[in-house]
Design a protein around this ligand. Sequence first.
Ligand code: GUN
Length: 290
Amino acid sequence: MYTLIDGKKIASEIKREIAEEVIRLKKEGRKTPHLAAILVGNDGSSQTYVANKVKDCEEVGFRSSLFKYDADVAEEILLYKIGELNNDNDVDGFIVQLPLPDHINENKVIESIDPSKDADGFHPVNIGKMVIGLPGFLPATPYGIIELIKRYKIETSGKRCVVIGRSNIVGRPVSILLSQKGMDATVTVVHSRTKNLENIVKESDIIIAALGSPGFVRADMVKTGAVVIDVGTTRINAPETKTGWKLAGDVDFNNVAPKCSYITPVPGGVGPMTRVSLLRNTLEAVKMRR
Ligand code: GUN
């Protein structure tokens, strides 16, 4: 029998902890933590993420602001807004929701964020600090995954871990965090050019699937007793639902779960933890600034 990793439950616990801390901070006469978000265009997933982030902020007693722009917004307008948020003393942290439209240089946008307000941990300064193990903001999804592993007391030391996908926001950073002292996993990153990918996955004690391909990880690729963390959140057609779509993970859950020791569901696994990481980073930003 496998253990279902309940990200929603853990996220609620952490939100409660954050809410208590916010009350403490306010009692000490400190300001209300304030997280801002910039959203460009009409991408459905991005709108959902950002709407949820606003809701999360309300739940824990943070202030939140949302700045929306049309998909054809000029890059310099975005850069100007980022400059304003960098200089706004009331804003403790902010994020620019990705992906951005093709005409906007994503790297340039990320590099224009003040690293001390980079709640997403995407700025090269924060990535660099993460790589050498210095304190800084960790990217939200990897941070959430590590926290899930810790709270479920899943052993990582000496374990073979495969990360499927090498994105800047999930695959690469989570591979770095898992190999660091304290986590001590032996990590392999596999991607679209990897040879014998299926064999590498099959030999792994811990599988992190972060490629965005529904059902990619099949039961025959998974060793009995493996830990499976599914980061996929692809919208697929589902005429039976109210919205007409549902979220699909990268793992064929129904067939893979019976072989696992631990597995995350989609939705309700990694997703809620990503959102909570953002709140944790914002709180950290507040503390660092005072
Ligand atoms: N797009 C998908 N995931 C994320 C995230 O964690 N942060 C931002 N800013 N954009 C995303």
